[in-house]
Design a protein around this ligand. Structure first.
Ligand SMILES: *[C@@H]1O[C@H](CO)[C@@H](O)[C@H](O)[C@H]1NC(C)=O
Ligand SMILES: *[C@@H]1O[C@H](CO)[C@@H](O)[C@H](O)[C@H]1NC(C)=O
Ligand SMILES: *[C@@H]1O[C@H](CO)[C@@H](O)[C@H](O)[C@H]1NC(C)=O
Ligand SMILES: *[C@@H]1O[C@H](CO)[C@@H](O)[C@H](O)[C@H]1NC(C)=O
Length: 501
């Protein structure tokens, strides 16, 4: 057992090292553009890893990690194309002609119909982005319209430095190419599309920076930033973008939106190297390397709600030995990334505590103020949630043969780290259909999910996540929104039996 674990660890370290090496050797652009664009900025000279900013976090070692290097043979519609790196169609929008020139390119996924774009020597001028400031306390912005929180880009919001006079003032992309790189699709306000559409090429004289960011920086716009399901789609998009572009370290993060501060920010901060709101920069800021994160709507987690993504969770070890187009370990990898970001161990062979009992986590739905337009009331998807919880609590303490800890998952009132810990430690996760259940992405591989589905809320979100992650999943369908405690106990009891109880 020891040697096997050791082999796996060595294997993981090797993969990580190889990825780093591939990054360095396959990203000539990145290395080329380390020299500063003008002598004034000479003190920002970037001369290798020794100068990597100390706030930059390394990638954690993840047991379910598989390499993200581009493989042009990834099949259309395969699980890797949906969940991993299907971004194989390159669009070179700007090749630099010298080391001090900007560059820009996109990689499109024909499966997801979106692109991951990246570029160098890019300037963002927050004054040219119309939107609220962002990052305010929720109480101070009650009633603010969502439209005011989403960015509108004026010319000059994003510029790339070029020295070729013939290009001064050009846009980075033509309408025809824009349509190909980011097909309109169903997203009405595609903020990344309009960001890309706003980028212009400018002369050195028009490229003044009040600040330089040397480390790779991910630009993100969030939509439903207070809802866990939507935010997990944003995290996934950001994670995928960072891996597809082969970043050797976790990127810095800039929110190009004007949303107020939300509790989910904790996870953004934990996962990435640093976080700032665009308007938090006091003047034009220049990025040595910026990456545009696709919208959460364009991830498989969202598209899978309407497209048939027939993929089953599998272990990375098995997939490495025997690749399979219908299997994926990416959701597990991502869940481990969240856990590792909060400092939890992600060893596949976790030592269980046999005497401590089985944790049954009840994910509660609570009333709380989520965002400025929210009335603070959640829809009733389980009319008798409290009754059911109380009833399970008594049952678990008397009528079950083994030791059960029924955990009250009042997530809206728990720090994110405690939420992730509770999920991670749970053998059974039970809850009514609701965004809080999205947490199952970071559940342990052996966790069993029991979802209570009210008649009005028969939607596939968690059935799918469980399948994609390879978790055992059981639904209880209600004819209205009342769950008979007896039925839930019977179901739970049969699940507990399979867990040796
Ligand atoms: C490191 O990067 C962070 C975030 O970009 C920045 O706030 C900090 O000043 C940088 N530190 C150094 C020493 O460059
Ligand atoms: C830009 O660079 C890419 C990759 O190096 C190359 O394939 C492409 O042909 C170049 N495009 C132009 C217009 O030089
Ligand atoms: C952005 O704001 C400026 C100044 O407040 C205004 O003049 C301009 O029309 C706005 N642009 C857009 C596209 O909303
Ligand atoms: C910028 O962010 C820092 C901390 O991240 C915060 O203290 C400061 O108030 C913010 N400034 C503005 C102008 O929002």
């Amino acid at each position: 057992m020891k040697t096997k674990s050791l082999k796996i660890i060595i294997f993981l370290i090797l993969i990580n090292t190889i990825t780093l090496f591939l990054y360095l050797s396959s990203h000539p652009d990145y290395l080329k553009h380390r020299s500063p664009p003008s002598p004034q900025q000479a003190h920002h000279h970037f001369s290798g890893f020794s100068q990597i900013n100390s706030s930059t976090k390394p990638w954690p070692i993840l047991p379910s990690y598989l390499p993200w290097s581009q493989n042009p043979n990834v099949k259309f519609g395969s699980c890797e194309a949906y969940f991993g790196n299907g971004f194989t169609r390159p669009f070179y929008l700007l090749n630099s002609s010298s080391g001090s020139d900007g560059w820009f390119r996109c990689f499109k996924s024909d499966t997801l119909l979106t692109s991951i774009c990246e570029g160098g020597i890019i300037r963002m001028n927050p004054a040219k982005i119309n939107m609220s400031h962002g990052g305010e306390l929720l109480e101070t912005v009650i009633g603010r319209e969502e439209n005011d929180e989403l960015p509108v880009f004026q010319p000059g919001a994003f510029d790339i430095l070029v020295h070729n006079k013939a290009k001064f003032g050009d846009k980075i992309i033509t309408p025809y190419l824009l349509h190909r790189v980011f097909p309109q699709g169903e997203v009405i306000r595609h903020t990344m599309r309009s960001l890309l559409n706003s980028i212009r090429l400018v002369s050195p004289g028009d490229f003044q920076c009040s600040e330089w960011v040397e480390e790779p920086t991910l630009l993100v716009t969030r939509f439903e930033y207070a809802n866990l399901f939507h935010t997990v789609t944003d995290w996934y998009a950001a994670y995928v973008a960072s891996r597809v572009t082969g970043l050797p370290y976790r990127p810095q993060l800039v929110f190009v939106d004007g949303h107020c501060m939300a509790p989910l920010e904790e996870t953004w901060k934990a996962m990435f190297s640093s976080l700032r709101y665009a308007k938090n920069f006091s003047g034009p800021v220049c990025f040595r390397h910026a990456i545009l994160s696709p919208l959460g709507y364009e991830t498989v987690l969202f598209k899978g709600l309407t497209e048939d993504v027939d993929c089953h969770g599998a272990s990375a070890h098995d997939l490495w030995q025997q690749p399979d187009d219908r299997k994926t370990a990416r959701i597990s990898e991502f869940g481990e990334m969240i856990r590792a970001s909060f400092g939890f161990p992600v060893d596949r062979h976790q030592t269980s505590k046999p005497d401590a009992g089985l944790n049954v986590l009840f994910v509660r739905r609570e009333n709380y103020l989520a965002h400025p337009r929210h009335a603070g009331k959640v829809q009733s998807r389980l009319a008798n949630e409290q009754e059911l919880f109380d009833s399970l609590k008594i049952w678990a303490s008397k009528d079950v043969d083994c030791k059960i800890n029924l955990v009250n998952g009042i997530f809206a009132h728990m720090p994110m780290k405690d939420q992730v810990r509770a999920i991670h430690d749970a053998s059974v996760i039970i809850g009514a259909h609701g965004a809080g259940l999205t947490h199952i992405v970071s559940a342990s591989p052996k966790a069993v999910i029991l979802e209570i589905v009210a008649a009005e809320f028969m939607r596939p979100h968690f059935t799918l996540i469980a399948k994609w992650k390879g978790l055992e999943y059981h639904p209880i369908f209600l004819s209205d929104s009342y769950a008979k405690p007896l039925i839930v106990k019977q179901k739970l009891s049969s699940i507990l039996k399979t867990l040796g109880c």
